[in-house]
Design a binder for this molecule. Structure first.
Ligand SMILES: [Zn+2]
Length: 279
């Protein structure tokens, strides 16, 4: 095992262990300084996390193909690693100033569907900027959807989506740098009132952009994120007074599946500080 891979895996395990419960559905922030008071293993340098920094073929380690027609959300059988680090290194805010969020990421009960991005208040004609270095994968127009929109692919593995713009300033397959103007704010497509619809996706999986970009405070939320897939193992550190039943119910699982995962019996005694796998 290479040192780099080992460092990444150690950091991954460390994070899982130190935070006890890792949500399998939501990407979680990786803390690199204050919270990480323990000496080793340390977080790998964000630059070393991106296996390659090739703007002509961004994140080719995750995406086997470069396809301008590929939909934003459907990557078919593309298999993501269980854990992916997403570095915020070199980010730029897509808007020129701090901006209000007019609609959050998540399920919209009223419309019965997911809202896969953040709605950020901008005026028509405001400059929209590339969030990271990357390459324009899609520059298109959807009358009933995103309006004038762009999809950029970045070396950190993310694809960012910019919707409802009044104008696109870049073309498909163009290499862009973080902060470059890529479009102008607008109200095109299915939109009421001028705003930027901004998405962050990892191989099609929509991640809440507010976990990475803090538009009201005009800054990144943290330097690096760890995306944990639903199938990745999840660990829990036993606390004083824990029982298998309590751990099972807290993690939406059963005592019998905990026993199977950890090769233990339901009568086994738990030690404080012991690490058990819960998913
Ligand atoms: Zn939206």
């Amino acid at each position: 095992m290479s040192y780099r891979l080992h460092a990444i895996l150690s950091a991954a395990l460390f994070t899982l262990l130190s935070f006890g419960k890792v949500s399998a559905l939501e990407p979680m922030p990786v803390f690199s300084s204050a919270v990480m008071a323990m000496p080793a293993p340390t977080m790998p340098d964000p630059i070393s996390i991106s296996p390659s920094y090739d703007l002509e073929n961004p994140a080719s380690y995750l995406y086997p193909e470069w396809d301008n027609e590929q939909s934003i959300s459907n990557y078919g059988d593309l298999k993501l690693p269980d854990t992916v680090f997403i570095s915020m290194e070199g980010y730029r805010m897509p808007t020129d100033d701090s901006a209000r969020i007019t609609d959050a990421f998540g399920y919209r009960p009223r419309r019965g569907r997911m809202h896969n991005g953040l709605d950020v208040k901008v005026q028509i004609g405001d400059t929209i900027r590339a969030a990271f270095d990357g390459k324009v994968r899609v520059a298109d127009y959807q009358r009933k959807g995103y309006g004038h929109y762009l999809v950029l692919r970045h070396p950190n593995g993310l694809e960012t989506v910019y919707g409802h713009m009044s104008k696109k300033l870049v073309e498909e397959n163009q290499v862009v740098h973080a902060g470059d103007p890529i479009g102008l704010g607008g109200n095109t497509g299915r939109s009421t009132g001028s705003h930027l619809h901004f998405e962050t996706r990892l191989a099609g999986h929509a991640i809440n952009p507010a976990l990475m970009f803090d538009f009201p405070n005009y800054s990144a939320v943290t330097d690096c994120y760890m995306y944990v897939s639903k199938t990745a193992p999840t660990y829990y550190k036993v606390k004083k007074g824990d029982t298998l039943g309590a751990i099972a119910s807290r993690n939406q699982t059963s005592v019998s599946s905990l026993c199977k995962l950890n090769n233990m019996k339901s009568t086994s005694i738990l030690r404080e500080g012991q690490t058990i796998r819960v998913k």
